[in-house]
Design a protein around this ligand. Sequence first.
Ligand code: GDP
Length: 199
Amino acid sequence: LFAGRVDFLKSAPGLQFLPGPTVPEIALAGRSNVGKSSLINAVTNRKALARTSNTPGRTQELNFFDVGEPLAVRLCDMPGYGFAEAPKDMVKRWRFLVNDYLRGRQVLKRAIVLIDSRHGIKPVDREIMDMLDGAAVSYQLVLTKIDKIKASALDATVAATLEEAMKRPAAHPGLIATSSETGRGIPELRTAMLAAALA
Ligand code: GDP
């Protein structure tokens, strides 16, 4: 399915711009620079579907991508978070937009929360996990950039991340370790996304 038709649909800077709630959605979240754009491109087999290296200020919108012909899944690329230099009102706007989307979206089947494998779960990641737990949106934790660390360090991050995930009510069991660079974990992530969307 992901190898077939994938199209950018639209950007929604506010809830009134959301596409009609007719297709199962999978949302992707992660701190800026976690590798979210690269991962969306890897999952969809596209070179530049999602724009990489988002800059603060340009990112306060939800970007939707349609997957499949006939249309089967809609991806929602949520704005990155955790810019060190982000102004307070921008953080506030991000929180409102994301919270409203998460709480009001019945077609949202799962969120994918990206964690940089070199850093593990950070306080900004806990904030989005808190929001997802609060909105009762089930989410899958995914490690990114695993080509950048040694196997022993990856094992430690996997263990710590799983331990934290187990304590979270809406976290889906398991963890997918990926690299957009080598393609590791990408088929597993595709399968998990489709299973969640079609369930
Ligand atoms: P975003 O801000 O979350 O969308 O992150 P990007 O996809 O723009 O990636 C941020 C930086 O990390 C870019 O320089 C990417 O080339 C790099 N990057 C992303 N994914 C990987 C990966 O799996 N492996 C490596 N080595 N670098 C990656």
